[in-house]
Design a protein around this ligand. Structure first.
Ligand SMILES: Nc1ncnc2c1ncn2[C@@H]1O[C@H](COP(=O)(O)OP(=O)(O)OP(=O)(O)O)[C@@H](O)[C@H]1O
Ligand SMILES: *[C@@H]1O[C@H](CO)[C@@H](O)[C@H](O)[C@H]1NC(C)=O
Ligand SMILES: *[C@@H]1O[C@H](CO)[C@@H](O)[C@H](O)[C@H]1NC(C)=O
Ligand SMILES: *[C@@H]1O[C@H](CO)[C@@H](O)[C@H](O)[C@H]1NC(C)=O
Ligand SMILES: *[C@@H]1O[C@H](CO)[C@@H](O)[C@H](O)[C@H]1NC(C)=O
Ligand SMILES: [Mg+2]
Length: 350
């Protein structure tokens, strides 16, 4: 449509120019107005609704679906979902790659009735926290103890090295991509700490492999959290703190305040164990990020630049550890700075 007048501008007839210029000016003005309006619209809406694929509560959209569809009911789960093979299992759920309307989906089944409370808590969290950081919920049936979610063929972060090792993914196995993954991870922790429900703590993370198994790698190489079964609420203003489980924890992956403080001579007793806050998640960030950064060209350079912020994450005192937002901001600065360096080095080479 605009092609003709634009082409005409190159051509000789001079008197055609003013209307074209007028038209262009009008279009520019309209664009500017539209831009301003859209800008206002976007600023006043929360971040999650910026996602063009966002659906209202109780609805989902995955893959190439054009419209949002209501969460599947018990009836639909029973008749339309066909389990194909088991792809994962934890203490609470057994996960099956399944088929729904020629689409691959993940069906989770409760492993044992003893774990039903955790299962229902996880389901409640999945419902409440849907958005770009959390695996998409497709349906559930409390009566049958089943949950249907989007299937992610690359599996959990536990498979990250094997995935990057595949020849078709070696081109994305760069420090930039890996730092981006670390930013996704810290972004998820930040989201949980500022969730619509309040400050949630990622408790199901008492060692590195366990922690990695709670997150999935999407086909676009971003991270979503999948297992929300142990996500207690901290409320600083009402003095409400948490404990991750009722058993004694060991090792230096967990935060020091999660360890039994009264020495080996006093036997562990859950009632005597002090509670703690969301800063236990900050303590774990350096270990998870370091795993995500891996050992490619540039990984150590990134680690070097993250040294100070990671040192702060490992402060013995929880209050001295930075917030997830502060960690995220530092990661972003490091990514920008290193990108600029790489660009200027490339320029010098040219
Ligand atoms: N949507 C999915 N797509 C692909 N793989 C999945 C999906 N959901 C789960 N899995 C696989 O199943 C594993 C177990 O899932 P999940 O962590 O939800 O189980 P769980 O029983 O709650 O675990 P835990 O022992 O931590 O409580 C995951 O680590 C992952 O490998
Ligand atoms: C999606 O919604 C549009 C508009 O409501 C409708 O015309 C279309 O048929 C829907 N498509 C599907 C696949 O349901
Ligand atoms: C990556 O692949 C190589 C061979 O292609 C293999 O020797 C190595 O063990 C693999 N590493 C991982 C982590 O899978
Ligand atoms: C935290 O506690 C305060 C004071 O009791 C209360 O007003 C607030 O609603 C609580 N916040 C959450 C998220 O529960
Ligand atoms: C992921 O990739 C698919 C296909 O390449 C694309 O359609 C989809 O929008 C991407 N999702 C995100 C969140 O970038
Ligand atoms: Mg799990």
């Amino acid at each position: 449509m605009e092609k003709k007048p634009l082409d005409g501008r190159k051509g000789p007839p001079r008197r055609e120019v003013p209307p074209v210029v007028g038209l262009l000016l009008a279009m520019a003005l309209m664009n500017a107005l539209l831009y301003l309006c859209l800008d206002r619209l976007f600023i006043s809406t929360p971040r999650s609704s910026l996602d063009p694929r966002h659906c209202p509560y109780g609805y989902f959209r995955v893959g190439q679906m054009n419209n949002c569809s209501a969460w599947l009911s018990c009836e639909e789960l029973r008749t339309d979902v066909r389990p194909l093979k088991r792809v994962g299992e934890g203490a609470v759920k057994r996960v099956f790659l399944s088929e729904w309307k020629e689409r691959k989906v993940a069906l989770s089944r409760l492993t044992s009735l003893e774990m039903k409370e955790d299962f229902l808590h996880g389901l409640q969290m999945l419902k409440s926290l849907q958005g770009k950081h959390v695996v998409t919920l497709l349906g559930f049936c409390e009566e049958d103890n089943t949950i249907l979610t989007e299937y992610h063929p690359l599996g959990s972060l536990s498979n990250l090295e094997e995935t990057f090792n595949l020849s078709k993914y070696q081109n994305v196995n760069t420090w930039q991509q890996r730092l981006q993954l670390a930013m996704d991870y810290v972004g998820i922790i930040n989201y949980l700490h500022h969730s619509p429900l309040g400050t949630l703590v990622m408790c199901d993370s008492s060692d590195l492999p366990k922690t990695l198994s709670q997150y999935l790698l999407t086909s676009n190489f971003s991270i979503v959290v999948n297992d929300l079964d142990a996500l207690p609420l901290v409320n600083h203003s009402s003095g409400m703190f948490v404990k991750c489980g009722h058993r004694e924890l060991h090792g230096d992956f967990v935060a020091p305040e999660q360890l039994w403080p009264y020495g080996e001579d006093t036997p562990f007793h859950d009632d005597l164990m002090p509670s703690y806050d969301e800063k236990i998640d900050i303590w774990k960030i350096p270990d998870v990020s370091s795993f995500l950064l891996g050992h490619v060209e540039g990984s150590d350079m990134v680690r070097f630049h993250l040294f100070d912020i990671h040192k702060a994450c490992k402060s013995q005192s929880p209050a001295e550890r930075p917030t997830a937002q502060a960690v995220l901001d530092t990661y972003q600065k490091v990514l920008n700075a290193l990108r600029d360096t790489v660009v200027s080095q490339t320029r010098e080479m040219l």
